[in-house]
Structures are given as structure tokens and as C-alpha cells.
Design a protein around this ligand. Structure first.
Ligand SMILES: Cc1ncc(COP(=O)(O)O)c(C=O)c1O
Length: 401
């Protein structure tokens, strides 16, 4: 049971993590109690657990329209899936110093991984330009492609500002040029997308998207934490990065997290039925929040006006620090987040907003509200009641004003 004082709070940080759906919790508990076997064991306990993992894999295969269950590799979450896409492909590449293209607004699981590899001179790295709305420049991406490009990794939707990228357009373009590249003796360019934030809202049909690899994380769609998966299209060469047993089609060693996998599959099953209805409700509440907050002077919505997730409303407030708003809202029982990170006592602005061209001082005024299926109209009204007073008070005290 959720404690009463927690129920009285308003949770608007669904992009950080979602509450676990009680139906998922029920499934996890059942599996933990009844089906504790190791799926690699030959006896009945093992075979029962194996059956559950196979069923979960099939549920996910069906949801993303993959060809074969072996294209779904279970991992510990989004970060591991992102790492596996990059390190796994790199380990199999025969090119001496391969070239990879990404965007500067990716999650750190992509950006940091690639920057470390670049620093070690193991790859060449190009960053595609993004505009003020966080939308990538497709023509710039096409121009960045080189003879040694092996991978393009672009996130489906951004976790801070919610902007949705033209994944299908990139995928279709790459398919076309790959045919010419392979005929000309050049390496194929594989296409990976981090769909951690997009999964519960957008079209996840991998054939429609024309992608080779997709990262997904269970705890962003009411599933458990510490479990996720990566879709790896058949024929995409990846080496495992966790060595040991031959689990996950020899692409990820380690005893499967059976309860987590079953819980995530349950969350997918629920999503299949409730995705549309929940998405519409969330969008309505988000639109109300945006319309009302923008009535306050000196507030700007970040991200693209229309190509955006229904759940995210991120703003920059002139002349105040987002972190001060966050703390004041928290004192009132409202949980939100900011893209700025406090490192050694100073606020470093969000790398996403900086890449979109926001000045340091503007980006420091960032607050992200992220809504979900349990958000109510009452929650939004509470924010709208409290926020203007906080903004006014902070502006009166602000040295930035
Ligand atoms: C876009 C994106 N990618 C990757 C991750 C990392 O996922 P996980 O927390 O499952 O490692 C996150 C989590 O915030 C995310 O938003």
C-alpha cells in the first residue's frame, strides 16, 4: 500500500520514473513466489521459468512487430541497452576507426559512452545539429555520413523537452543509401534509436520505423526498475558486453531477471489496451497546464510545439533558478524536475537546452513537469494554484531579476 502522506503528494516526474502498475506488482509477486526456477535449468522448475520468459518475449515481439523473438534481448534497462548497441556493434566492426553520428541532446547513456570512445580515439564522432525546438537537422545528418560510418543513433523522443525526432524518415533514407553503399563495397550504416521515453506513446512498429536497434526501459511505462530490452534486428552484428553464460541468444550473459521480465511484459500487455485512452487524457491535462502556466509573464515553453510527447511540459522561467522552483514545489508536496545539475555547488545547465541554443542563464530557469496515467485534474489545479505565488516570491528575491 502507498502511504497516505505519499498519496497526498502530487507526482509530476513520470519521465524520471513511473509508479509501478498494481497489476504489474501482482504479476511480479506471483512469479517470485511460484516460479523461482532458473530458466537454464533442465528440470521442471527451470522449464516453467523458461516458459514464462518465452511468453514475455513473445508479448514484446508482437507489440513492436519484430520478426522473431530472438530479436528481443532482455537487459537491465535503458542505459545497458544503449551501451550494448554501441559497444556491441563496435566490437564486431572490422573498420579500424569507425565513424558514428549522434545528436547532442541524447541521454548520457549514449553521449557519455560515445565521448569516452572518441577520447580513446576508438571512433570518429559527429554531432548532428539541432534547432531551438530540439529537432535534428535531417539535411545536416545526411551530410555528416562518411565512408566509414557504421552507426547512427538518434533518440525517438527527448526526455527533457519531449521533442519527437523523424525516426522513420532517417530509417527509410538509410535503407536507400545502404543498398548503394553495400554495392559499392562500403560498410552498412546501422540505425539505433533510444525509445526509452517514446515507448508508451508513439508507434513502436520496428518495420514502420525502419530501425535496426531500439532501446527500451521497463520503469518508464509502469513496469519494474532494473529491467529493459533492446531490439536487435536479425543480421545486425553485435558482440555481448556482459560475458559468462550463453543466455539471451549469446548476446547478454547472466541469469534472466524472470520476475522483472514478466512484470515488464505485463506492463506491455496493459499498454497495448490502454495506451490510446491514457495518452489522450494525459495530453489534455498537459495542454491545460501549458496554457495556464504560459499566462505568467516571462515563461517560455521548451521543445517543439506539436512534434512532442503528450506527457512533457518543460519551461524556462526568466530571472529565477529552476532548482529554487523545484525545492519550493517540493515543500508544497509537488514533485517535478529540472534539467540543470548541481555539480560542486554550482548549477550546470541542461546539456539539452544548451544544445538547443539556450544561454546558460536562460537554461538555469528550467523546470520539467512530466505527467502520467495517474495524473488528475486536481493535481494540475494544485500546481496552478501554487506555482504563480512561488514564481512571484522568487523573482522578488532574485539577484538575476
Ligand atoms: C531517453 C533515455 N534513455 C535512457 C535512459 C536510461 O534508462 P534506465 O534508467 O533504464 O537505465 C533514460 C532514463 O531516464 C532516458 O530518459
Amino acid at each position: 500500500m502507498v502511504k497516505k502522506e505519499k498519496l497526498d503528494r502530487v507526482y509530476l516526474d513520470y519521465s524520471a520514473t513511473t509508479p509501478t502498475d498494481p497489476r504489474v506488482v501482482e504479476e511480479i509477486s506471483r512469479v517470485m513466489l511460484e516460479d523461482f526456477g532458473n530458466p537454464s535449468s533442465i528440470h521442471q522448475f527451470g522449464r516453467d521459468a523458461r516458459k514464462l520468459v518465452d511468453k514475455a518475449r513473445e508479448e514484446i515481439r508482437n507489440f513492436i512487430n519484430a520478426n522473431d523473438p530472438s530479436e528481443i534481448i532482455f537487459t537491465s534497462g535503458g542505459s545497458e541497452s544503449d551501451n550494448l548497441a554501441i559497444f556491441g556493434l563496435l566490437a564486431k566492426s572490422k573498420i579500424k576507426k569507425p565513424h558514428i553520428i549522434t545528436s547532442p541532446i541524447e541521454h548520457k547513456a549514449i553521449l557519455e559512452t560515445l565521448q569516452v570512445l572518441e577520447k580513446k580515439e576508438l571512433i570518429e564522432l559527429s554531432m548532428v545539429r539541432v534547432d531551438r525546438d530540439g529537432l535534428i537537422d535531417l539535411e545536416n545528418l545526411k551530410r555528416e555520413i562518411k565512408h566509414n560510418t557504421i552507426l547512427i543513433t538518434i533518440m525517438y523522443a527527448n526526455n527533457e523537452i519531449g521533442t519527437i525526432q523523424p525516426i522513420r524518415d532517417i530509417g527509410k533514407y538509410l535503407e536507400k543509401i545502404n543498398t548503394q553503399r553495400i554495392a559499392g563495397g562500403f560498410s552498412k550504416i546501422y540505425f539505433h534509436t533510444d525509445a526509452v521515453q517514446a515507448f508508451q506513446y508513439l508507434n513502436m512498429d520496428v518495420k514502420y520505423l525502419h530501425v535496426d536497434m531500439v532501446s527500451v526501459s521497463g520503469h518508464k511505462f509502469y513496469g519494474p526498475k532494473g529491467v529493459g530490452f533492446i531490439y536487435v534486428k536479425e543480421g545486425t552484428p553485435i558482440e555481448k558486453t556482459i560475458f559468462g553464460g550463453g543466455q539471451e541468444f549469446n548476446k547478454r550473459a547472466g541469469t534472466e531477471n524472470v520476475p522483472g521480465i514478466c512484470g515488464m511484459a505485463k506492463a506491455v500487455q496493459i499498454l497495448k489496451k490502454e495506451k490510446e485512452k491514457d495518452g489522450e487524457k494525459i495530453k489534455k491535462l498537459r495542454d491545460k497546464l501549458v496554457t495556464e502556466i504560459l499566462k505568467t509573464p516571462g515563461v517560455h515553453l521548451t521543445g517543439h510545439k506539436t512534434k512532442r510527447l503528450p506527457s512533457i511540459a518543460s519551461f524556462v522561467f526568466d530571472a529565477i533558478e529552476g532548482e529554487s522552483i523545484l525545492i519550493n514545489l517540493d515543500l508544497e508536496g509537488i514533485a517535478v524536475s529540472t534539467g540543470s545539475a548541481c555539480t560542486s555547488g554550482t548549477l550546470s545547465p541542461s546539456h539539452v537546452l544548451s544544445a538547443c541554443g539556450y544561454e546558460h542563464i536562460e537554461a538555469q530557469g528550467n523546470i520539467r513537469f512530466s505527467l502520467g496515467k495517474y495524473t488528475t485534474s486536481k493535481d494540475i489545479d494544485r500546481v496552478l494554484d501554487i506555482l504563480p505565488g512561488i514564481v512571484e516570491r522568487l523573482r522578488e528575491m532574485s539577484p538575476l531579476g
